[in-house]
Design a protein around this ligand. Structure first.
Ligand SMILES: [Fe+2]
Length: 384
């Protein structure tokens, strides 16, 4: 038997008001002139104002710089422009604040600071990425968990082909999980991003790759989400729920080091072809994906159900799956995530392209059970 490799990421600073620690932490990371990377939408939010106050308002002697051009689906130019801003201002570290996109660009910009002019399409031909500038990640949504990830998803070159750039050197030196920064997230986005985190936990737990540490983290993530997400959805100012969701989102992303499954393979083309929000796409496909897997691997969701708080001790495998899936059906409905794809602009004529891309997507290769093209077709029909 060949040995399994697993590792555990990043220092995280957690709690309401944790952002106040940032200046002190920058000193200990030897960052004097950070470049803040974000997207234009964040500039008018309370989260950005908090950070502005924490780093010291620009009027009182600016010691930090700002790049705010990140696109909703980041492109290579964003990474190049952020790296250019870093060099022009002679920065010595990057702070990325926002959702998954600014975090992904902030991570990757350090590559082009280290190697100016490098073509990211050749990323995997260059194995030595030591000596990257230090990186601090501050999420303002609780979903992707990009802050603890060691990869960036960037659309490369003129073709805008979405590519995953993966290297342990991309990991943040520090993650700040401050629920004050997610207070302003509207209920719809709270639900959709939270559903992404839930899907990460469920799919990584049921993925057959050997990683028992991730399995434990995924189950606790589910436990936190079923408690906290409905509360954060109902009351955005519930800082306890907001905090638990931030932790659970990070846990989901740690867990999916294992990998994901059929639901993410269905969700990715829905964003690429139909422009759907990633979390919403996952939410709408989750139940169909679970039913598909449970029919072929009875008992798969017993421990997911237990993590949701169900007592399944005397249930058969089939009954455990049924009850766990019914729990998710009700949970999703409580967050008004029980709509159909057609309610979000997906049309029957999109089906062929969706199926093709879903089958080409790597996530389902680690699904609990094999998935064929015909299966994807059937699954999309069920949720259309
Ligand atoms: Fe996801």
């Amino acid at each position: 038997m060949s040995p399994a490799t697993f590792s555990f990421p990043t220092t995280a600073l957690f709690g309401a008001g944790a952002l106040a620690e940032l200046p002190k932490r920058l000193v200990s990371l030897d960052i004097q002139k950070p470049l803040v990377v974000t997207d234009p939408g964040l500039l008018s939010t309370g989260a950005f104002q908090l950070m502005d106050q924490t780093l010291g308002p620009k009027e009182q002697g600016k010691t930090w710089f700002l790049y705010f051009g990140v696109h909703a689906n980041p492109i290579e130019q964003d990474v190049q422009d952020a790296a250019e801003a870093f060099r022009t201002n002679d920065c010595d570290g990057i702070i990325a604040i926002g959702g998954g996109s600014p975090l992904d660009v902030g991570k990757a910009a350090r590559l082009l600071v280290r190697r100016p002019g490098f073509d990211l399409a050749n990323f995997y031909e260059q194995p030595n990425w030591s000596g990257l500038a230090p990186f601090v990640a501050i999420p303002t949504t609780a979903g992707t968990g990009s802050e603890v990830g060691r990869s960036s998803v960037i659309a490369l070159g003129d073709t805008r082909r979405k590519s995953v750039i993966f290297h342990p050197a991309l990991l943040a030196k520090l993650v700040i999980l401050d629920p004050e920064l997610t207070r302003g997230l509207p209920p719809k986005l709270t639900a959709a991003t939270g559903a992404d985190a839930l899907t990460h936990c469920i799919e990584s737990f049921t993925c057959p790759v050997f990683h028992p540490m991730c399995d434990g983290i995924a189950l606790e993530g589910i436990h936190l989400i079923v408690d906290a997400l409905p509360r954060a959805y109902r009351d955005g100012n519930d800082l306890d729920a907001r905090g638990k969701m931030l932790v659970a989102a990070a846990m989901g992303a740690v867990a999916f080091q294992k990998d994901l499954g059929v639901v993410h393979s269905m969700a990715h083309p829905l964003s690429a072809i139909c422009g759907m929000h990633h979390g919403l796409a996952n939410a709408l496909c989750l139940v169909a994906g679970m039913k598909f897997c449970a029919a072929r691997a009875p008992g798969l969701y017993r421990r997911v159900g237990v993590a949701c708080g169900l007592n399944l001790a005397t249930c058969s495998d089939a009954e455990s799956d049924e009850r766990a899936i019914e729990f998710i059906v009700q949970f999703r409905a409580g967050l008004v995530l029980n709509t159909k794809l057609r309610d979000h602009g997906v049309k029957p004529e999109h089906l062929d392209a969706l199926v093709k891309q879903a089958f080409e997507d790597p996530c389902h290769k680690t699904n609990a059970v094999p998935v064929t093209k015909a299966d994807f077709h059937q699954l999309y029909l069920e949720v259309l």
